[in-house]
Every structure is written in structure tokens, then in C-alpha cells.
Write a protein that binds this ligand. Structure first.
Ligand SMILES: NC(=O)C1=CN([C@@H]2O[C@H](COP(=O)(O)OP(=O)(O)OC[C@H]3O[C@@H](n4cnc5c(N)ncnc54)[C@H](O)[C@@H]3O)[C@@H](O)[C@H]2O)[C@H](O)CC1
Ligand SMILES: [K+]
Length: 507
């Protein structure tokens, strides 16, 4: 799915009205209908539960009014509260007139804001994507009032006061929603940890925006769901052999961290690599041979850490980093690898830390390398803390452009930046995956997919990130989130990839 800015959303609305010959209030009616269908499926018909709808002066408020009318038709008597303003949008006014006279609809009095019971349900339709500045005055007071009421707030389109695609000034008034129910496409704001307390759980409901307009609209950000990946992972042909899926080399492990090499190796094999060779220090030889008999092991002459770069000729891709340590000799192995490699590279963990502490190595990164830092590793890579989550994303975009690489930023919605500066946000995964070794598994999966010659660098990265998160979701069903360990992820990678594999039409 594309992620549109607030301005692009309004363009998409206009294009839809033109292409489909509908008026703006008809589009609003679709939004209200979709919202009500969602709400009614969850709303127990409890006449004792107070229901309040807070409406602002624009089309977000218009949505709120249309929702109030529709809920009334379903037997729910909401109290409608209007934010005083000097100007109201045309569709606000139209839907104000359409309200049944029996519905209680009052202007908000800033001196006496309505009492909200803690069991009340509040629909927040104060401001949407038309927000042009932080809330102040009565609007801010109303939002603070909602937030301190303890009522369950459902935001219509976006929590009021939240910008759709840029940061909030600190201390601005924003509604704390339990749910955010948005339309057609997600907003960038929903994906950032700094906004989680306002956005709550979010979802998007289709309202039939013009697909041609959206298809042709250039965007900087994408949200990657299963539909987005459909057809990108070809089925294995009957006559494929080990060579088709590539021979990967993984350089990983040091004393006390051979487990990282084992986890990455298992994941790489489960992600379908043709052959896997693991380069480990001598201390890891027996462990790898025993724990991962499907992999071949190369022993480094040193006991505790990797000191030598193997001959790279046999390999279709090389992964380096999990549990590697940051010894000087290991850094030189990384330097040689960056100089000599002519095949795709996947760099993680200590390989990234070495890049961070030795910025001269960054200049050696071969184009199309794939880097998988978490935010702390990323900060070391760029050498500058981010002001906020938006700034971090801009740093990520700039980094991938500067080094012509694919750079991941791990998190709840893991982001991938491409050399052309586009960001892709992954949709799978759960908090159970915040556990040691989870990143090693990701490295193994990505290494396998980068070794697969059938996949572009972008598709390999997107499929790997999605499958890693999906494996976490499948595993957590059995283990629970707290009980999830990284080894479980590796066990479910095959199934996650199978779900993504293109089926061949019968005819
Ligand atoms: N495709 C869709 O997603 C659809 C969305 N719809 C809904 O329409 C709103 C956007 O409506 P718009 O009128 O453009 O903006 P708002 O309702 O957010 O309010 C604009 C209104 O408020 C004034 N304003 C802006 N910032 C402030 C401020 N800080 N303080 C006070 N006043 C402010 C501004 O000048 C305007 O007068 C979208 O979110 C959806 O909910 C459509 O219903 C259908 C399709
Ligand atoms: K809102």
C-alpha cells in the first residue's frame, strides 16, 4: 500500500470525485458508512453506555455528524458536541442539517465541558488531515478533557491534533485514542513509536478512492502487506537444483556467541538457501557441525574470533556480523570482504558496529549491500542521534542514498530504505520478537534470499523482513509472545515463506 501525505490524500479525494462523478458529501458518506460498519460489529447494544461524538468545523467533523446520523438509524443515541469555530466546511453544514432533530447536538462551552463517564465511548471527529497547526485554545482544552476522562476514545481518520506526516511540537494537545479508524490508506504518523500513545491500535477501511490516481501517484513511503508482496516470490520449479538457490557464506560467531552463528545458519537454511557454509572461529566448529548438520563449517585458524577471510569464489552471497565480536583482526576481515566482494553482502550486528567505529570502512561498502541495524546500531553508523522518529527516517533515507545500499531500521514497523530513497514499512511481527537472537535469524533469512538469483535486491529484502515477522506471528500463536525465543522464529520461516509463494494458475 502507498502511504499518502495529508496533501496527497486530499488530491486523491478530488480525483475520486471526478473519476466516479460523485460529490464530496457522497465520499464522506462512504467514510461514515465504513466507520459505522466497523463500530457496530464491535459495539454491544448497551443502552447504558454513554456515547459522545465530538465534531470539529471541517470535514472530519462532517464525518462525525454523518456517523452520528447513521448510528441513530441503528438505534444508538449519541450526544453530539460541536467545537465553536468562525467557519464550517460545506459538508459539515450539510450533515449538520441532516441530523435528526431528536439527536442532542450542542456547542461545546469551554467553561463547562461535558462530564464524561469512565465507561463512555467517545468518537473523536474534531480534526483530521486538514490540521494546519498545533491545537490551541478551546480545541486543545477539549482534547485534554477527553484525555483525562478515562473514556474509550475512537479517533475518526486520525487522532485530533496529530499531524499525518510530520512531527508534533513537544507538549502539543493530541487525542489519546484507543483505536484509530482511518480510510483507504495508512498515514506515516501511525507507524512511528513516538505516536503510539496517541494512535492506539489502528486500521484502515476501504472507501473506494480512485485506484488509477493512487497507482500513478509518486510516493516516498510504502506499507508492505501480503498483497503488496503477491507474486514476488516465485514457486520452485521442478527442475531446480542446489545451484538455483545459491551457495551462501556466513561469517559469524566468537567465543560465547556461537549461538548467533547457529541461529542465523538455521534461519538461512529454513529460508531455502541451496548450500550454506559457515565461517566460525575454531571454538565454534563442533557446535556448528552438531547444531546445524545441513551446513558446512569452515574453521578459522584463531580459536576465539574470526581472523581470516575465506576464498569468496564459491559463494553467491555473503553475510557477516552475528556474534562476530569487534576484534582488530575481525575488522580487517570485514575490510577485505568489503574490498573483494563482488556478490551481495548482508551486514548485521558487530559488522555494523565495526562500520560505526571505523567510518572509513563505510566508503568501501559495495553498492546494493544490505544492512540491518536496530536504532542504536544505526545511530552509531550515522554518528548522530536523531531528534525524533521522523528525523531518524530522514537519516535512514539519506544514508541509503549516500551509500547506494539497502538499509533496514529494525523496530515495530521495521523500515527498509532503498538507494533511491524510498522507504518500505513492514507490517508483520509482534513484541515477542524483541528477544535475543531475533536479529540473527533475520540475517540468515536475508542472506538466503540475497543468494537466490531469481530475486531482486528489493524483493529479497521485503520478502525476508515480512517472512521474519510473519514467522514471529505464527510462532507466538503457539508459544505466546513472552515464551517466544529466536529459535522458534527459524522453525516457522519455511511456513511464512510458503504463504508468500506464488501459486501457478492451473490454466
Ligand atoms: N479520503 C479520505 O480520507 C476522506 C476524508 N474525509 C475526512 O475529511 C477530513 C479532512 O477534512 P478537512 O476539512 O480537510 O480538514 P479537518 O476536518 O481536519 O479540519 C480542517 C479545518 O480546521 C481548521 N484548522 C486546521 N488546523 C487547525 C487548528 N490547529 N486549530 C483550529 N482550526 C484548525 C482548518 O482551517 C479547517 O477549517 C479527513 O481527515 C477525513 O476525516 C472525507 O470525509 C471523505 C474522504
Ligand atoms: K479525528
Amino acid at each position: 500500500m502507498k502511504i499518502l501525505t495529508a496533501a496527497q490524500t486530499s488530491q486523491a479525494d478530488q480525483a475520486t470525485m471526478q473519476a466516479q462523478g460523485i460529490r464530496s458529501d457522497e465520499l464522506m458518506e462512504r467514510a461514515a458508512a465504513a466507520f459505522c460498519e466497523w463500530l457496530l460489529a464491535r459495539l454491544a447494544a448497551d443502552p447504558a453506555r454513554p456515547l459522545h461524538i465530538f465534531c470539529g468545523p471541517g470535514n472530519n467533523g462532517g464525518d462525525g455528524l454523518a456517523i452520528a446520523r447513521r448510528l441513530y438509524q441503528e438505534g444508538f443515541r449519541a450526544r453530539v458536541w460541536l467545537l465553536p469555530a468562525s467557519k464550517y466546511s460545506a459538508d459539515f453544514q450539510l450533515n449538520r442539517q441532516r441530523l435528526p432533530p431528536e439527536l442532542v447536538c450542542q456547542a461545546l462551552n469551554p467553561k463547562r465541558l461535558p462530564t464524561l463517564a469512565p465507561n463512555a465511548l467517545v468518537l473523536d471527529a474534531l480534526f483530521g488531515t486538514g490540521l494546519s497547526r498545533p491545537l490551541s485554545g478551546t480545541a486543545a482544552d477539549v482534547v485534554q478533557h477527553l484525555n483525562s476522562s478515562g473514556a474509550c476514545v475512537v479517533a475518526v481518520d486520525i487522532p485530533s491534533g496529530l499531524f499525518a506526516n510530520s512531527p508534533q511540537p513537544p507538549d502539543s494537545a493530541v487525542t489519546r485514542a484507543r483505536y484509530t479508524v482511518s480510510f483507504e490508506l495508512p498515514k506515516l504518523a501511525f507507524l512511528l513509536p513516538q505516536n503510539a500513545g496517541w494512535v492506539g491500535e489502528w486500521l484502515v477501511l476501504p472507501i473506494g478512492l480512485d485506484p488509477t490516481f493512487i497507482h500513478n501517484l509518486p510516493v516516498d513511503n510504502f506499507f508492505v502487506d501480503a498483497d503488496f508482496l503477491a507474486g514476488r516470490l516465485p514457486a520452485r520449479s521442478k527442475f531446480s537444483h542446489k545451484g538455483t538457490f545459491g551457495h551462501a557464506l556466513l561469517l559469524a560467531g566468537s567465543r560465547g556467541k556461537i549461538g548467533a552463528a547457529v541461529l542465523a545458519s538455521k534461519a538461512c537454511l529454513r529460508a531455502g538457501v541451496g548450500l550454506l557454509t559457515v565461517g566460525v572461529p575454531a571454538v565454534g566448529y563442533g557446535i556448528v557441525q552438531t547444531a546445524v548438520p545441513e551446513a558446512m563449517a569452515l574453521t578459522d585458524p584463531a580459536t576465539d574470533f574470526v581472523t581470516e577471510l575465506p576464498d569468496l569464489k564459491p559463494y553467491a552471497a555473503v553475510g557477516i556480523g552475528p556474534g562476530l565480536g569487534q576484534e582488530d583482526a575481525t575488522r580487517e576481515v570485514l575490510r577485505q570482504l568489503l574490498r573483494k566482494a563482488t556478490v551481495p553482502l548482508v551486514l548485521d550486528a558487530d559488522a555494523l558496529n565495526l562500520l560505526g567505529t571505523n567510518p572509513d570502512l563505510l566508503g568501501l561498502l559495495p553498492p546494493d549491500s544490505l544492512l540491518t541495524p536496530h536504532p542504536k546500531e544505526f545511530e552509531r553508523l550515522v554518528g548522530q542521534p536523531a531528534r525524533d522518529d521522523y528525523h531518524r527516517l530522514e537519516q535512514l533515507r539519506a544514508f541509503a542514498q549516500q551509500y547506494r545500499c539497502y538499509c533496514v531500521l529494525k523496530g515495530a514497523y521495521t523500515a527498509l530504505a532503498t538507494p533511491d530513497g524510498t522507504l518500505y514499512f513492514n507490517s508483520t511481527g509482534n513484541p515477542g520478537m524483541a528477544t535475543g537472537g531475533s536479529g540473527d535469524v533475520l540475517t540468515g533469512v536475508l542472506l538466503a534470499l540475497r543468494a537466490d538469483k531469481r530475486l531482486s535486491p528489493l524483493d529479497a529484502a521485503l520478502l525476508g523482513l515480512y517472512a521474519h515477522g510473519r514467522a514471529g506471528d505464527l510462532a507466538a500463536r503457539e508459544t505466546g509472545q513472552a515464551g517466544l525465543v529466536a529459535g522458534d522464529l527459524a522453525d516457522f520461516i519455511g511456513r511464512a515463506l510458503q504463504e508468500l509463494t506464488a501459486s501457478t494458475p492451473l490454466l
